[in-house]
Design a binder for this molecule. Structure first.
Ligand SMILES: C[S@@+](CC[C@H](N)C(=O)[O-])C[C@H]1O[C@@H](n2cnc3c(N)ncnc32)[C@H](O)[C@@H]1O
Length: 283
């Protein structure tokens, strides 16, 4: 079996489920990220052989792709800004919209010399916290989630990317007991309504963690409210909150936020949806 045979095997078995471009992209990702083959090898030396163990991996990958498992979980990695992060089914696969949220924070603080305390609430893979620790070097970065296995993975990711992040376990429902004075809060909390499930892709619904994605339709702003309550007491004067949000909830969110003392700015994402808010404390 050669690299080219492997590619043909992939194409033949996946052609009814994915388009050719996707299949070749997935195959190349497996070659480079799992088999550690130079991606160019496929073009320059397509007859170079595949080991038995590699073919076994490919067969399993086909099975998983047919079952709609995301390629990131198959290779165990995802890419976020300049980072490569380990991912598994305990965490949300970092999204491009979240890269834009991080861009916003970095744009605002890149040239600021003061040392700031930053917290990422609901850290998952650690993508936000690790990016901020890497690109805003003078600051102290904290990050929380409510699950040991998630925090374990986020810590591995910080180590892999050579940054220091202070991860700790905390449930957002009990944020009011956290006495940590903070200058910048960043959060991409669960925000998808259960009633949106019917429009979502199977790969997300079947394989990504529900707790990371969904909120109760009856109280969809719960996490934002809890974070705002925390900010009321613990965010420093003129401190900032950067939220990723559900575009469907923007009106209600604005009403919720108007009960607190914040100046609001909103931004749209690459898909043209209102996806980010920046709140500046005014009192
Ligand atoms: C939408 S995901 C965001 C993950 C990551 N920050 C990102 O942007 O890819 C929301 C995160 O909040 C965490 N989470 C959900 N409920 C929580 C709770 N009650 N307390 C703490 N974290 C919670 C989930 O485990 C998940 O990692």
């Amino acid at each position: 079996m050669t690299l080219m045979d492997g590619k043909n095997f992939f194409l033949k078995n996946l052609e009814n489920t994915y388009n050719n471009k996707e299949i070749i992209y997935y195959y190349k990702l497996i070659l480079s990220e799992v088999f550690k083959r130079n991606e160019l090898q496929l073009a320059l030396d397509p007859k170079s052989s595949l080991k038995n163990s590699e073919f076994t991996f490919l067969k399993q990958a086909v099975k998983n792709l047919l079952a709609q498992k995301p390629i990131q979980f198959i290779i165990g990695k995802a890419f976020f800004r300049s980072l490569t992060l380990y991912v598994n089914e305990n965490v949300l696969i970092p999204r491009p919209e979240t890269e834009e949220l991080v861009d916003w924070v970095i744009e605002d603080f890149r040239d600021i010399q003061l040392k700031k305390n930053i917290i990422d609430i609901g850290t998952g893979s650690g993508c936000i916290a690790i990016s901020l620790a890497k690109e805003l070097k003078r600051n102290i970065v904290y990050a929380l989630d409510n699950d040991d296995a998630i925090l374990e993975l986020a810590k591995r990711n910080a180590k892999k990317n050579n940054v220091e992040v202070n991860f700790f376990k905390k449930d957002i429902n009990f944020l009011n007991s956290l006495n940590l004075k903070i200058d910048i809060i960043v959060s991409n909390p669960p925000y998808v309504l259960k009633k949106e499930k019917k429009n979502m892709k199977l790969n997300v619904l079947k394989h990504e963690p529900n707790e990371a994605i969904f909120v109760d339709d009856e109280d969809p702003l719960k996490f934002y409210r809890l974070i705002l309550d925390y900010a009321k007491l613990n965010l420093e004067k003129s401190g900032l909150i950067y939220f990723e949000i559900n575009p469907l909830l923007i009106k209600d969110l604005r009403i919720l936020i108007s009960a607190y003392n914040f100046k609001i700015k909103q931004r749209i994402d690459i898909f043209g949806k209102v996806r980010m808010l920046r709140l500046q404390k005014t009192l």
